[in-house]
Design a protein around this ligand. Structure first.
Ligand code: FES
Ligand code: FES
Length: 167
């Protein structure tokens, strides 16, 4: 449901990283483009067809490919990008684990991987290695060979359980 519509544009209000944002977008604008236009450039543009996961964001806690999501469909939703999970001075356990395990090289895939991992751990706080591989199967990384990424997610899962962030 949109708060205002016309034939070509829609005005929508949503929450991004805890802040209410209102914007007016063409009806065909993807969430990826809308977020980047608003300055959330940590949401990465990759394949733009749902293959790479670089553009993933949490919408009400669930990872979605923002390149496949029309912006107006998230009216009233809570959107979280990787910088909404943590920052340099206050990192999320997933961000800490990626750094500690050397799971970041060029870093282009990293925002999407962390978002996908967060979404998976919300559903499955104690994943097996196979669960982690499955949970991240929609995210491509050209640099790391994935092993360090999987190790980082396993480490973060433990830290999140200990911190009571998942149970
Ligand atoms: S840019 Fe969205 S899945 Fe690749
Ligand atoms: S670290 Fe470069 S694509 Fe993943």
């Amino acid at each position: 449901m949109t708060s205002e519509t016309d034939m070509t544009h829609k005005t929508l209000a949503l929450e991004v990283n805890g802040r209410v944002v209102e914007t007016r977008v063409p009806a065909h604008r993807t969430l990826l483009d809308a977020l980047r236009d608003l300055g959330y450039v940590e949401v990465k543009r990759g394949c733009e067809k749902g293959d790479c996961g670089a553009c993933a964001v949490l919408v009400d806690g669930v990872a979605l490919d923002s390149c496949l999501t029309l912006a107006w469909t998230v009216e009233g939703c809570s959107v979280t990008t990787v910088t909404g999970l943590g920052n340099r001075t206050e990192m999320h356990p997933l961000q800490e684990a990626f750094v500690e395990h050397g799971a970041i090289q060029c870093g282009y895939c990293t925002p999407g991987l962390i978002i996908a991992a967060h979404s998976m751990l919300s559903e499955n706080p104690s994943p097996s290695e196979a669960d982690i591989r499955n949970g991240l199967s929609g995210n491509l990384c050209r640099c790391t060979g994935y092993t360090k990424v999987f190790d980082a997610v396993a480490k973060a899962a433990g830290a999140m359980r200990e911190a009571g962030e998942t149970s």
